[in-house]
Unconditional design. Sequence first.
Length: 111
Amino acid sequence: MRAHVFPCLPLIFREPALPRETQPATQPPATPDFERALGELESLVERLERGDLPLEEALKTFERGVELTRLCQSSLKSAQQKVEILLKRSGQTAIEPFPVPEDGAGNASSE
């Protein structure tokens, strides 16, 4: 019997090729780090404060600002928790708050 009677058999019974690593066409945007998120938030606030955006764009800008605000708050809360853990490990049990400076309101009344 000849070995080449059914030359297509090796193609039929071959193991399927492993899929190549491809990235989906619609990747969600990467989550920015705290500094980038804060910088983007500041620029969004400036754009909104100018007041020259059309309503739809202003709403989208505001929504993005809310997302960035939540991201920044989450990052700050996570950092605070890490600091508290480190302080507890070092033996310091309480965190002392920083004094909050007044925004000039107290200075105007003393003049």
